[in-house]
Each structure stands twice: as structure tokens, then as C-alpha cells.
Design a binder for this molecule. Structure first.
Ligand SMILES: [Zn+2]
Ligand SMILES: [Zn+2]
Length: 147
């Protein structure tokens, strides 16, 4: 059981770390053509940028598939990636971008910090010069109390 939780945590942390790297160096680099659909206003519900979510989801499904027979580490890492993906959807797509209107923008606390950090990321509509590429791993200043 401890092992399972460890690997779930590992999958989760790997997603934030690799997500940060991929976002900063690939999406705001050679893959900007795809990612820019998330930085510029669009009329449709789906963006080309959603292919990244499908890709990560696919990796999670694949790992779960490989590890399901023996419930080995691959299964649990896949579960960790899936949990991250679900949380990412709720925080990034619902809370920050309001693709579905489940709740209002957070007024205080931890969620407010996440919200402000990602809004700061979107202040840039260009490939270069954006800040705070993670979802959770963002500069501490966004979590300080607002005066
Ligand atoms: Zn971006
Ligand atoms: Zn965003």
C-alpha cells in the first residue's frame, strides 16, 4: 500500500516537473504553433493545444494497461498521472479558464495563488517572455496576501 501511494505521488510529481519543462522549453519553443491556440482568444470550445492533454492521458492509459495485470509500479504511476490530469482539468480548465462554469474565481487562499500565477502566465500572448509555467510549481509571490 505504501508502495502504491509512493508511485502515485511519483507520477503526480513527474507530471508537474515534466509539464513545467515541456511548457517552458517546447510549448513556448518549437511547439508554439500548437500551444499558441491556448494563449490567443478562440471562438471554439476546443483548442489545438488540447492535443497535449490527450497525449498525457494516452501515456497514463498505456501505463495502467501495462501494469494492470500485476498491479506493478506502472499501474500506480499511471494512476498518479491520471489524478494529476483530473486535478489539472479542474484547476486549469475550470477554475482559471472557466471553460465550464462550475464555480467562481477564488477570492483567497491557495486556489487564489494558483489562479493568479496562471493568469500571470497568460498575460503574454507571445511565445517569449511568459512567466510561471507550472500549475503548482510557481513563484511564491502569488501566494502572498494581497494588500
Ligand atoms: Zn503557455
Ligand atoms: Zn492556461
Amino acid at each position: 500500500m505504501i508502495k502504491a501511494i509512493g508511485f502515485i505521488g511519483l507520477g503526480f510529481v513527474l507530471m508537474e516537473l515534466s509539464g513545467w519543462l515541456i511548457h517552458k522549453y517546447l510549448m513556448h519553443g518549437p511547439l508554439w504553433m500548437i500551444h499558441k491556440t491556448h494563449h490567443q482568444p478562440s471562438k471554439s470550445f476546443f483548442e489545438l493545444n488540447d492535443v497535449f492533454s490527450i497525449l498525457f492521458g494516452g501515456i497514463a492509459v498505456w501505463l495502467i494497461f501495462l501494469g494492470v495485470e500485476n498491479l506493478d509500479y506502472r499501474f500506480w504511476i499511471g494512476v498518479g498521472i491520471s489524478l494529476y490530469g483530473m486535478l489539472y482539468f479542474v484547476l486549469h480548465d475550470v477554475l482559471v479558464h472557466r471553460r465550464v462554469r462550475w464555480f467562481d474565481s477564488p477570492k483567497s487562499g491557495f486556489l487564489r495563488g494558483i489562479f493568479k500565477a496562471h493568469q500571470a502566465h497568460h498575460r503574454s500572448r507571445e511565445r517569449d517572455g511568459a512567466v510561471s509555467f507550472g500549475l503548482f510549481w510557481v513563484p511564491k509571490k502569488y501566494f502572498r496576501k494581497e494588500e
